[in-house]
Design a protein around this ligand. Structure first.
Ligand code: CUA
Length: 295
């Protein structure tokens, strides 16, 4: 289509410029006024019509290829929500966690190289759009409706993507990181992702984790491997390994400081943006127990 468009551009604009210069009205030469050349009229009606029809047929054929998810090596269920993407890996044994659920991720999608991957799209709230430009294919994620596309990467690497449908104030930060692995590397990645997810899913800290994920904490904080992907506050993925929190004001990081911090952040740092949610002692205790596992 691009090549055809270039040819048309050169012919039409070339003819226009040539005629404009050659036959223009100037001293010693009067421009001719005429219309109604039957052959030319026919030509520039029939040729574009044939072109438009051919391009439509070619586009529909290509559209079928783009929508044909058959023969995919794996299916990932991707859910858009304000403002992140939740990647649900296939319900296969290799993605199974110790608690019987299956591997999920936020924002990052890991796939093997040279494999056709079926992406099943859905949305939790408003319309989003899944797009990783270098891999091609853009599709809307529509609430209450399933849409499909497939992607295939020919080279390992990391590819940046972006939600492509304005979906609210966090739209610009609704990014996608597509990581393409070699087959060996993919196996290694699954193992480490499972270890990480199993640690996060440890039954001993389950209540705290669930409280954290249900409370507004996730709107501001990211914990990799969970659905918490907020960008406003600090990333808590490795909070238990940090020397201090609250921008260095509160240290060391232990049960006591974390408990006091969550109970009343302003008491420790009056200027902090973190709100006091007036959680119960039990809730704070559970959340702190979970945070302490985030090494
Ligand atoms: Cu989601 Cu824009």
């Amino acid at each position: 289509m691009f090549v055809a468009a270039i040819v048309v551009l050169v012919l039409v604009d070339g003819g226009l410029i040539y005629a404009g210069i050659k036959f223009r009205d100037r001293p010693g030469h009067t421009a001719q006024q005429f219309h109604g050349h039957n052959f030319l009229e026919l030509l520039w009606t029939v040729v574009p019509t044939i072109m438009v029809i051919s391009f439509s047929v070619l586009s529909f054929q290509k559209l079928n290829v783009m929508n044909d998810t058959s023969g995919a090596g794996m299916t990932v269920n991707v859910q858009g929500q304000q403002w992140t993407w939740i990647m649900n890996y296939p319900k296969e044994d290799r993605f199974k966690l110790t608690d019987g659920t299956f591997l999920r991720g936020a924002q990052e999608l890991h796939i093997p190289v040279n494999m056709k991957v079926h992406i099943q799209l859905s949305s939790k709230d408003v319309i989003h759009s899944f797009w990783v430009p270098n891999i091609g294919g853009k599709k809307d994620a529509v609430p209450g409706r399933a849409t499909d596309l497939w992607i295939q990467a020919d080279r390992p690497g990391t590819y940046k993507g972006q939600c492509f449908e304005f979906c609210g104030t966090g739209h610009a930060d609704m990014l996608i990181t597509l990581v393409v692995h070699t087959p060996d590397d993919y196996g290694t990645w699954i193992k480490s992702a499972l270890t990480e997810a199993n640690r996060l899913n440890d039954p001993a800290t389950k209540t705290g984790r669930e409280s954290f994920l249900a409370l507004p904490c996730t709107g501001c904080h990211t914990v990799l491997g969970t659905t918490a992907a907020g960008k406003v506050g600090p990333d808590l993925t490795h909070i238990a390994s940090k020397k201090s929190i609250a921008g260095g004001v509160v240290s060391p990081v232990n049960e006591d400081t974390l408990t006091r911090w969550i109970h009343d952040p302003q008491a420790l740092k009056p200027t902090t943006q973190m709100p006091n949610y007036h959680l119960s002692d039990q809730q704070v205790h559970d959340i702190v127990q979970w945070l302490l596992t985030l090494k």
